[in-house]
Design a protein around this ligand. Sequence first.
Ligand SMILES: [Zn+2]
Ligand SMILES: [Zn+2]
Length: 338
Amino acid sequence: MAIMRVVQVSRPNGPFEIVERPIPEPDAGFVRVKVAACGICHSDSVTKEGLFPGIQYPRVPSHEVAGTIHAVGAGVAGWQPGQRVGVGWNGGYCGHCDPCRRGEFFACVTGQVTGATFDGGYGEYMIAPASAVARMPADLPAVDAAPLMCAGITTFNALRNSGARPGDVVAVFGLGGLGHLGVQYAAKMGFHVAGIARGKDKEALARQLGASIYIDNQAQDPATELLKLGGAKVILATVTSGEAMSAVQGGLAVNGTLLVIGAAGSMQVSPLFLLTGCRSIKGWNSGTAIDSEDTLAFSARTGVRSMNETFPLERVSEAYDRMMSGKARFRVVLTIGH
Ligand SMILES: [Zn+2]
Ligand SMILES: [Zn+2]
């Protein structure tokens, strides 16, 4: 029997274990993906630390997978072995629950999450529902594609659905793993981009990524600075501090939206400020496979890339610690040798 290596977690807060397993066969409706690279995301802590209810262990984490279809199960239409694909956080959908019937596939009641409810990409092969795979452009290397399957789609899909139009002021708050992609996408979409981060030292990076304005929120009040520009049509909040989000919301233009994609705690909201300017605060859930596919295609075409630190699969523990330290610039990606 053919054997593969995977990295599993056997219990909440347990160590990563590199183990051998038989290469699994795809059931009807599923595909087997030969993994070339996979990103390590902060949300992998959901599986590593057992933060999600009902995770069955052992479990292989990762929802930022890039590879090639290796086999298809019965009844799978439109996918063949050899196609380059990615698999993201949305682990497919049933197609017949009420949210699916309304076209809100991201909210499918089956709640399938790659690397949490089924095994993800820290390994040589994985099985994915056909509804969870996205085409990966031929000219986009797997290492570049992997982080776009989570950090990329989340920022790209939020911005393209934000209601902002070319020329509008769009602020990207936070210049980390999400924000450094958000600035690039916002610039390529034709927005007037303001980058907001702590400290003067991020300014050069923000401008290099496509921001025409930089606001240092340690030295300046971000709301005041945004209002000098007429206010932001959209503030994409990628930070993980609710307090920081509260401080920036005052920079919204009339009809502006604070678009929340950073998993922060509570924030303060001024109802009067919202209602007097028809402003809103909205969350965004990354998207499904077709949104990932659009993200990869747009990125390949326009040159948007994640800045990555890469590690071989064998060094997964070191790579994960690096990601959790918050010091990685900006995403951590595992490369998988076959
Ligand atoms: Zn993620
Ligand atoms: Zn469904």
